[in-house]
Design a protein around this ligand. Structure first.
Ligand code: NAG
Ligand code: NAG
Ligand code: NAG
Ligand code: NAG
Ligand code: NAG
Ligand code: NAG
Ligand code: NAG
Ligand code: NAG
Length: 371
């Protein structure tokens, strides 16, 4: 009996190590009552994408905008109760993880609701904030504007990272632009649109939400989207580690000969934010092509939407969990305040391009020149 047990244990260990080859260990879970423990609040107006919001300063002051529900989901939302006086901005939230995650990490966002609505511009994204954007790269997992049908993913990098023709069969989404270089395509990055409307807006919510899996690996960046009903066991059962090898074709993939991940990407800070209007969502032509009316003569996105709280009842993230798996010991806790680093952070959720390039882009170029 003793002997049999020993053999059994040895065998199980051997089997376990075989099954775990290719897996990445869990390093952090943001969930329930501790969801908001390790984030910094922006605490300023939207100084990167020209949106008409003031981002709350900290958890205490933001508690009506970031909280945990009785069913343990985390809410990150726009103020949908106050009437905003003309010329004031509406309160919203932008939070940045105090921990950074290196190449060799996977982050899994499980949400039941993602923000949408006319003038709403939400994003779950990451960037390397140790340098001048976009040195160290930006990864936009979930982003969209207004009532656009599907999620658009994107990368933003310095010059030399592309989606190549030969990689087209590696993912199921539709390419918007192949160059990830921030100076190309009005800074909209190399976007890939997910192949289902269940990835965004009311359809995402009606389906019970879903999961975004982002693998940040040396060989490439992969993002999988699964609607609630399609979440594979490899994701839902990944309590100690995750093995992405069975996840199938991702929605988006960037890498191979088109983009050397280790060259273009540094340690990533994870971010949730919701801005309003701004230099992508707020343009009349964009509103018109993303499920909202064109602006009436003499009106702006701000005057049409921002003042009235009833426009923001769907402008919230409701999150079951955010789990991060990583091979790297340098995927670490920040020891000092991560808002105290110096230098301009000319960053922005992707796809914003357009006018951003003219205003902040100039400031950015100036700052880069001066430093
Ligand atoms: C973590 O390491 C394992 C074993 O080397 C590897 O198979 C896996 O792809 C790595 N994970 C990432 C995200 O790179
Ligand atoms: C934007 O706001 C952040 C947060 O307050 C601040 O750290 C940063 O310096 C500001 N950037 C610019 C360009 O003013
Ligand atoms: C954070 O919240 C506390 C309590 O509401 C407040 O006293 C403090 O001034 C806030 N900090 C900032 C930077 O706004
Ligand atoms: C990106 O491509 C999708 C699919 O072709 C399209 O519906 C969408 O309008 C494009 N987005 C932008 C910003 O061009
Ligand atoms: C997922 O985990 C649960 C609980 O451990 C187990 O009952 C179930 O069989 C697992 N499913 C798969 C497909 O591995
Ligand atoms: C979308 O892509 C996924 C793989 O990423 C695939 O399983 C699914 O069938 C595709 N759906 C449609 C409608 O093409
Ligand atoms: C990326 O695309 C640009 C513009 O087409 C090209 O000059 C560059 O060589 C490409 N680089 C890679 C690594 O594919
Ligand atoms: C505001 O949004 C929340 C969801 O975040 C919703 O439950 C509520 O009904 C909305 N309206 C008001 C007036 O609070």
């Amino acid at each position: 009996m003793q002997r049999t047990t020993t053999i059994y244990i040895v065998l199980s260990l051997a089997l376990a190590s075989v099954t775990n080859a290719g897996s990445t260990p869990l390093v952090r879970t943001y969930q329930g009552d501790s969801f908001f423990d390790r984030w910094d609040y922006w605490g300023n107006y939207d100084n990167t994408t020209e949106g008409d919001v003031t981002y709350a300063a900290n958890l205490s002051s933001a508690s009506s905008l970031t909280y945990v529900t009785s069913s343990s989901t985390a809410i990150i939302k726009v103020d949908n109760t106050s009437t905003v006086a003309y010329n004031d901005k509406r309160e919203s939230v932008k939070i940045l993880s105090q921990d950074t995650y290196s190449v060799g990490s996977v982050w899994v966002l499980d949400a039941v609701h993602l923000p949408y609505g006319c003038s709403v511009w939400p994003s779950f994204w990451s960037y390397d904030k140790s340098g001048t954007w976009p040195d160290g790269g930006e990864i936009d997992v979930f982003e969209g504007v207004n009532n656009q049908p599907n999620d658009q993913m994107a990368l933003h990098t310095t010059d030399g990272c592309n989606i190549t023709t030969s990689s087209l069969s590696s993912f199921s989404g539709t390419v918007n632009d192949t160059s990830c270089y921030y100076e190309d395509n009005d800074n909209s990055g190399c976007g890939i649109t997910v192949n289902t409307s269940l990835s965004y807006g009311s359809a995402f919510a009606s389906a019970g939400g879903g999961v975004y899996v982002t693998e940040f690996a040396s060989t490439g960046i992969s993002i999988w989207f699964y609607s609630r009903a399609d979440i594979p066991a490899a994701v839902s059962n990944a309590s100690d580690s995750i093995d992405t090898s069975t996840l199938g074709t991702p929605s988006g993939w960037w890498g191979g000969s088109g983009c050397d991940i280790d060259t273009f990407f540094g340690d990533q800070t994870l971010i949730f934010d919701i801005t309003l209007c701004g230099n992508w969502a707020g343009q009349s032509s964009i509103l018109e092509t993303t499920g909202c009316a064109a602006l009436a003569t003499g009106q702006t996105c701000y005057t049409t939407y921002v003042l009235d709280s009833s426009n923001y009842d769907n402008a919230y993230f409701e999150i079951n969990s955010l789990k991060v798996y990583s091979n790297s010991s340098s995927s670490s806790d920040s020891t000092s305040s991560s808002t105290s680093d110096s230098g301009p952070r000319m960053t922005s959720p992707g796809g914003l391009g357009l006018m951003w390039a003219t205003s902040l882009g100039v400031a950015c170029a100036l700052a880069a020149f001066l430093s």
